[in-house]
Design a protein around this ligand. Structure first.
Ligand SMILES: CC(=O)N[C@H](C=O)[C@@H](O)[C@H](O)[C@H](O)CO
Ligand SMILES: CC(=O)C(=O)O
Length: 308
């Protein structure tokens, strides 16, 4: 795998968590899942136990098993395995960070606690610092997801002086639509050689001219090829092609949204599209009827066809 100082670039799939029909971890799917991402989607890095992976709905033990299996199956194949270790309890986050280091993860990411929320940027930096102290050798990324955490602090404020508190801090996974804040975040991170990964897949093209290094998202599990095509069109300066490809993904998501798009639907879309058995979502998420999933996947197949 790459040296830790190298920047994160390109597409990173936020992985789904495969469950058996009974709702237990289905670790046997992870080996074929790695191959699918590499061979069918040209996606070379993963972000494990995040939103898409239902990380906060899993037990500590399950999160550790998944981190370990992704690292084991990804060894020599994937460029990076980033493990999300955020929990409501700083102690549990530390435990997962320590574990991620012990199984050979390349980096950790942390969301803000979202029940008792940090009242200011300093409180959040202190939380992140405590997590980093459990795995000081692993690059740490702040995972900014205000729509889910309800923590609306600007990233530019959170970053202020963070390198003094957290020597292992290496950047941000930015999942907000606030492009003004994103621009400031990129500017701060670039000066320090850190990475900014964008997390709103359906508008990644809008984030590219602001200088993001790469992207982490759920849709790169099935739209990896098309979005890789979008990235290379952008790099070559072929904006019309980049725009067309970006809108294809947005069209799929808009259609899915009209039916009630959520993580459960997304997970079932992945199963039907890829053939990998991701299994049901975990409560409180509920599975969708199969005819709904068939309709969305038909749209997905149309949008992803002939364009990559
Ligand atoms: C809230 C959430 O899960 N966001 C994901 C990652 O940040 C995205 O990849 C979205 O799933 C994607 O942009 C589709 O809306
Ligand atoms: C990173 C991301 O997209 C997720 O946590 O699902």
């Amino acid at each position: 795998m790459c040296p830790e100082t190298e920047k994160l670039t390109g597409l990173i799939a936020a992985t789904f968590t495969p469950l058996t029909p009974q709702g237990e971890l289905n670790l046997a799917v992870i080996g074929p899942y790695v191959d699918y991402l590499l061979e069918k989607q040209s996606v070379h890095s993963v972000f494990v136990n995040g939103t898409t992976g239902e990380g906060c709905s899993l037990t500590m033990q399950e999160r550790k098993q998944l981190a370990e299996e992704w690292c084991r199956q990804g060894k020599g194949k994937l460029d990076r395995v980033i493990v999300h270790v955020g929990c409501l309890s700083v102690k549990e986050s530390q435990e997962l960070a320590r574990h991620a280091a012990s199984v050979g993860a390349d980096a950790i990411a942390v969301i803000s606690p979202f029940f008792f929320k940090p009242s200011n940027a300093e409180a959040l930096r202190m939380f992140l610092k405590d997590v980093s102290s459990a795995a000081p050798q692993l690059p740490l990324y702040y995972y900014h997801l205000p729509s889910m955490t309800g923590v609306k602090l600007n990233v530019s404020e959170i970053l202020e002086g963070i390198e003094k508190q957290i020597p292992s801090f290496r950047g941000v996974k930015f999942s907000s639509v606030d492009l003004g804040d994103l621009g400031q975040c990129v500017s701060y991170c670039r000066l320090r050689g850190w990475s900014v990964l964008y997390g709103v897949d359906e508008q990644l093209l809008g984030a590219l001219p602001l200088g993001v290094n790469g992207a982490v998202g759920s849709t790169y599990n099935y739209a990896g090829n098309v979005m890789n095509g979008m990235l290379s069109a952008y790099e070559k300066g072929d904006l019309p092609l980049a725009q067309t490809l970006q809108v294809k993904l947005k069209d799929t998501i808009t259609f899915a949204t009209s039916l009630g798009f959520d993580l459960a639907m997304n997970k079932q879309m992945m199963s039907l599209y890829s053939g990998l058995p991701m299994g049901p979502p975990r409560l409180p998420l509920l599975p969708w009827p199969s005819d709904t999933i068939q309709d969305v996947v038909k749209k997905l197949q149309q949008d992803m066809a002939d364009l990559s």
